[in-house]
Design a protein around this ligand. Structure first.
Ligand code: XMP
Length: 324
C-alpha cells in the first residue's frame, strides 16, 4: 500500500468527533513508529507545523523537540504566541532561537526579491541544522506535510527532508497529517485545543515580512510594516469580515507629508487584501469606507515614520497577491 496516497474511501474529517477519532488513531501510530526515540520538529507557528506539534506532544510528550526559529520577519506577536502556547500551556520541549540579527545582517542591501527569498530560506536551514547538531539522540524529523503538498510535488516533498538538511543528518520522517487537506488539519487543530487565532491563521509566506518590506530591508521600515500589519489585523478582526489574506506592505521610497506644521518625508503603507480559492486568481474585497478610514487614522497616529496609507485595488491577474 502506498502510504502517501489517500485511500478512496477515507472520510472527510469535518466534525469534532471525526477529528478526535483521527487523533486517537495517529497517537497510536506515532507511538508505534517512534518507540522511545526522539523526534525533531521545526515549529514555525503556522497551521500545519502547529497541529503536528500538538499531536506529537499528545502522543510522545517530551520525546518531541520543537525548534522555533525567529528570523525577525514574523508578524507582531507570532513568536511570543508559539512560546506561550507550546512551552507555557502545553509544556513542550521547545527551543527558541532568536536569529533576527543574523537574518537582517545577511539581508542588508539585498533588494532582489528572489535573492531575498533564497537568503531567508537558506539561512533558515542553516540555523535549524545548527540546532539539530547540538542535540543528541534524534532519530526522527517531523514535518507538517499535507496532502496538497504531496499532490503538487508528486510525492517528492514527502520523501525528502523538505528543509534540505544535509545528507549526514539522516532522519526518518514522521508526517501524521500527510493525507489531510487544509480544512481537515484545522478541524484536528481545533480538537487538539489550539487557539483559534492559530488554527484559522491566514497563509503566511515562508519569507514572512521579508517580501513585504520592499527592496532592501531596513529595520525602521520593517518596524513600520509590523506595527501597521498588526493594526490592520486588529481592525479587520473587529469587523468580523472573513477575508482570505490581508496584510500591509512598505515600499522603499518616501513620500512628502506634513505633520505638526512641518514637512515630513516618510514611508507610505499599502494595504493589500484578497479573496481567493486557490491563490491562482484573486479579487479585492470591498472593505467599508469607515473601516479603511479608521485603519488609516490609526496607522498615521500610531506608527512612527509613516505619512500616507493606500489601498491596493488590483485583482490577480494582473497583480500577484504579494508585492514582490
Ligand atoms: P502570489 O504573490 O504569487 O502569492 O500571488 C500566492 C500565494 O503564495 C504566497 N507566497 C508565498 N508563500 N513562500 C511562501 O511560502 C513564498 O516565497 C511566497 N510568495 C508568495 C502568498 O502569500 C499567497 O498566499
Amino acid at each position: 500500500m502506498d502510504n502517501n496516497k489517500r485511500p478512496a474511501d477515507m472520510q472527510r474529517i469535518n466534525t469534532p468527533a471525526l477529528a478526535e477519532a483521527f487523533i486517537m488513531e495517529q497517537v497510536e501510530q506515532v507511538r508505534a513508529q517512534v518507540g522511545d526515540k526522539k523526534v525533531l520538529l521545526a515549529l514555525s507557528g503556522g497551521v500545519d507545523s502547529s497541529v503536528v506539534a500538538a499531536l506529537l506532544i499528545k502522543a510522545i510528550g517530551k520525546q518531541l523537540v520543537c525548534v522555533h526559529v525567529n528570523h525577525g520577519l514574523m508578524r507582531k506577536g507570532e513568536s511570543e504566541q508559539v512560546i506561550e502556547v507550546f512551552r507555557n500551556q502545553m509544556d513542550a520541549n521547545l527551543i527558541y532561537v532568536d536569529a533576527t540579527d543574523r537574518f537582517l545582517d545577511l539581508l542588508a542591501g539585498v533588494d532582489e526579491p528572489e535573492k531575498k527569498r533564497k537568503i531567508i530560506g537558506g539561512e533558515f536551514i542553516k540555523v535549524f541544522e545548527e540546532e539539530a547538531r547540538k542535540l543528541e539522540g534524534i532519530h526522527f524529523l517531523a514535518q507538517g506535510t499535507i496532502y496538497p503538498d504531496i499532490l503538487e510535488s508528486d510525492g517528492v516533498k514527502a520523501h525528502h527532508n523538505v528543509g534540505g538538511l544535509p545528507e549526514d543528518l539522516h532522519f526518518e520522517l514522521v508526517e501524521p497529517v500527510r493525507l489531510l487537506f487544509k480544512d481537515e488539519v484545522r478541524e484536528v487543530g481545533r480538537a487538539l485545543g489550539l487557539p483559534v487565532s492559530m488554527v484559522e491563521r491566514q497563509p503566511f509566506p515562508g519569507p514572512g515580512l521579508g517580501v513585504r518590506c520592499l527592496g532592501a530591508i531596513t529595520r525602521d521600515r520593517l518596524a513600520a510594516l509590523r506595527e501597521s500589519d498588526a493594526i490592520l489585523r486588529e481592525e479587520i478582526a473587529a469587523t468580523g469580515m472573513n477575508i482570505w489574506q490581508f496584510f500591509t506592505v512598505v515600499p522603499d521610497f518616501r513620500s512628502t507629508g506634513v505633520r505638526d506644521g512641518k514637512r515630513a518625508f516618510d514611508w507610505p503603507v499599502i494595504i493589500r487584501a484578497v479573496n481567493t480559492v486557490d491563490a491562482m486568481t484573486a479579487t479585492v474585497p470591498e472593505i467599508p469606507w469607515a473601516v479603511l478610514q479608521k485603519i488609516t487614522a490609526r496607522i498615521l497616529e500610531e506608527v512612527p515614520g509613516v505619512c500616507r496609507v493606500l489601498y491596493d485595488l488590483t485583482p490577480k491577474p494582473v497583480g500577484t497577491i504579494e508585492w514582490e
